[in-house]
Design a protein around this ligand. Structure first.
Ligand code: ZN
Length: 194
């Protein structure tokens, strides 16, 4: 660009700083929303160098090697489309996401949530999508080995296994706090950004 910025020497990237690249599928959608698909800068640079990705946006900083100077990519797009997975792994992250980081008994939202077996393990309750819910520590303690009715608790929602689409849409509601401004054009979060 021939503006005043053109004469400004780009800042050299400090390797101590994190500069991850948002990685998009060939259809320009993030590979995943939660966690948001990010690659460390080293991986991003390597993929650019190997021509496996196109660069959609860049940081202002550059990375220098002996032979070349490259702008650090901030958004990269896979050249080959990756078919999204049809199965949802049963993990802490996916379970919390299904329950939108909300205690399924009292509605508390927070980072210090735990898991609760709706039918307690001691009563044969299984560790499965339909029997484990996010619960705050106090509900978890109060419920202990009781059933929901014994504890006088009512579930906000009947727990079920979420579909990949449902989880993807929920993931959009929980963007990382340290988003780079160049990513926003490629994300469809239902949140407002400043
Ligand atoms: Zn609670």
């Amino acid at each position: 660009m021939l503006d005043s910025q053109a004469n400004v020497k780009p800042a050299i990237f400090e390797k101590s700083k994190q500069r991850p690249a948002l990685i998009l599928n060939a259809d320009y959608r993030p590979l995943s929303y939660f966690p948001l698909s990010l690659w460390p800068w080293q991986e991003a640079i390597k993929a650019v160098y190997l021509k496996r990705v196109n660069v959609a946006a860049e940081y202002e900083e550059v990375v220098r090697s002996e032979k070349l100077t490259l702008p650090l990519p901030s958004v990269i797009v896979l050249k080959n489309y990756v078919v999204p997975t049809k199965t949802v792994p049963f993990t802490r992250a996916t379970l919390f996401l299904r329950d939108e980081f909300t205690c399924q008994y009292c509605g508390y939202k927070g980072k210090d949530l735990t898991f609760d077996h709706v039918v307690p393990k001691s009563r044969g309750g299984k560790t499965r999508w339909d029997n484990v819910v996010a619960a705050c520590q106090s509900c978890n303690l109060r419920k202990a080995a009781k059933t929901t009715s014994q504890a006088g608790f009512k579930l906000k929602k009947v727990p079920t296994k979420p579909s990949p689409e449902v989880l993807l849409n929920k993931g959009k509601k929980f963007p990382p706090s340290d988003m780079h401004k160049s990513w926003i054009d490629f994300l469809y979060f239902e949140k407002d950004f400043d």
